[in-house]
Design a protein. Sequence first.
Length: 751
Amino acid sequence: MSARRAAPWICLALLLALDLPYARAQDFDFHPPAHPGDAASTAVMRDLAARMLPVYEDADAERYLANLSALQTVAGDYPAAFATRESLRERRRSTDPGRPLGRSVVFDTYAHARATQVQSHVPFAQAFNQSYHETLGRLADQQAYVVTGWFATPLATYQDPVQRVFDQRRPKGNISLTEGMDLIWSYVWFEAYRSFGPLVGALNAEEDRRRYESEENVAIKGADGVSLSALLVRPRSSSKPLPTLLEFTNEVDAPNYAKETAAHGYVGIVAYARGMRGSEGMPVPYEHDGEDARTVIEWIAQQPWSDGRVGMYGSGYSGFTAWAAAKRLPGALKAIATTAATVPGLNHPALEHIYPNAAYRWAARITGSIDEHAYEDAAHWRSLDESWYRSGRSYRDLDRVYGRNVHVFRRWLNHPSYDRYWQKLVPFREQFAHLHIPALSIAGYYGSGEIGALYYYTQHHRYDPHADHTLLIGPYDDGVMQGPATALRGYTIDSAALVDLRELRYQWFDSVLKGAPRPALLQSAVNYELMGRNEWRHVSSIDAMARGSLRLYLDSAPQGDRQRLTARKPAPESMVRASVSLTDRSDAAWVPNTDITQRSLVPHYGLTFLTEPTATAMELSGLISGRFDFAPNKMDLDFGIALYELTAGGDYVALSDPFAMRASYVRDPVHRHLLKAGERQTLSFRSDRLTARQIAAGSRVVLVLSINKRADQQLNYGAGGDVSEESIEDGKVPLKIRWYGTSYVELPVRK
């Protein structure tokens, strides 16, 4: 070993003996160029790394080797960097032989290519091709799929962090050793991806051809003669028939998991609904998908590469199609795993019987009335929302204000109840008893898809107490399958909840279709992450999440500009009055704050009730229920309920997304029951949103009870007729409500 290469090891030995800290405080002159891609950036960064190398030290041997390799790479000493990487890999193999494959494999491949370039005097492209093939050649399909995805990461992912540091340090003219090390890592990744980025597209495609047999635009003829289009991907590593995982979707721009499915040892198929991506017919959401999905399943079962078993998966709309297919009981369908699945008529296109204007926008895009560019123009749609709202026209006139007649949207408005039109699309009531296949439902506390997931789960278990249906729920929104995120809408997610749920889904399918062990995270029927406690809980049912309940009444006694939420039952005649002008349009520009964590609450036409600070921590887990004792002056109204933990530090943390209700459908989603205007009456409810959070000692529980009145939703004037036909003329009399103190919410608690 040369004296130059031995020096770091001497420093390391001294550090270990003396137990010195990570790095001595030291600043370096540093004058970055304007942009990481500037011609001068390589020389500037090489100079910084060269000056840091002699003084860098760390008592942690593994971290020392990793950082040393980054410094050597940026300094341009590629053979030394590769030798350090080999030492690091050897150390990791000896200390942690079961260590999973990590993104460092990309750096190792790049370091090897640079060392080969220098030592063999070959162009970088040739050296990288060799290194890439050596790396990928050692990996199984599943690992290779992950690694090729890492290689394909856009350069901007690594360029932006470098640019930020350049901009921050430029006016200062210096950088500390610690800050410099962080920049070195950002820059080494940027430089690596800038170097091999133009090469990986062709290399990844070549690797895919070697591992998979892919067919696009596979035509599958339906019983009525309509030809559906599908993408098919099969692993070449297996010569025997395999089970198939199918997604049936109408979202052509959504992520495609056919290849990922094949990498996990299945045949992967993504089939497209009518009118989408090569499928024939007119695009009509919901109406044909169940039968078409069954056609695809039956076609799969007849293919020589199929072992006759099909699992379906999907999120949102494609979650609906899995249940729509299951309703038809195709014999080859053996399992379904859905995330935030849609229940047409309950959580889309109407949410709790209340239509959001976004449903019109979505229908226009799906049916081809507008293109993707127009669909994504949020400012344009916001302006149209406000125009309709200010006009006071009926909701059925929405398309006239927007200028496009979308027939399917008008058809939806004709079915405000969960009537036969919607019931025929997915299993309904006793039909769930015939679904004798394993099912997995995944959802988040902060997504509208939670309503769908809970519907399928609860109805399946209600009509078949022995149903093999598993629920997993945590602090996620409807996009959870895109990958775990450390934060969501201002809320820091517990580390226990940072789960790769797509991988968990494959593990579940493996347990059902391949005889693999059941994933530990899915050990019970209901598996939920307890927010604030950073742990998963596993129970036999939703009711088992709680062991008791806490009844809190709406006390009229004020607390500043708020009211009390108290366990003590107030006098029967105590009340809080609310009045809302349904003709006032001064709030047209108002939009709700959707952050999960907020520093203040500004309810829109709402009343706020809060408890005293809790003396001890309290676990609140399950479905909120309650009973309102009230006297409205209208025959109907739309109201919202939102619950928060108000921490001792002053943060409002939403326990779930707020849930809205149309009063006339609270008792029965199928049949409308109007209120008795001017009379005192009660309305019992049970939410269809789960929550699970440990309320800290010293926190308060906050309830916001509001009237739904906003520019981007259907507006209920309370006249008692078809809400879509009502206009501002029906709202001349303000909505007035007396909320009596005997009203309460029932919080499920685990004591």
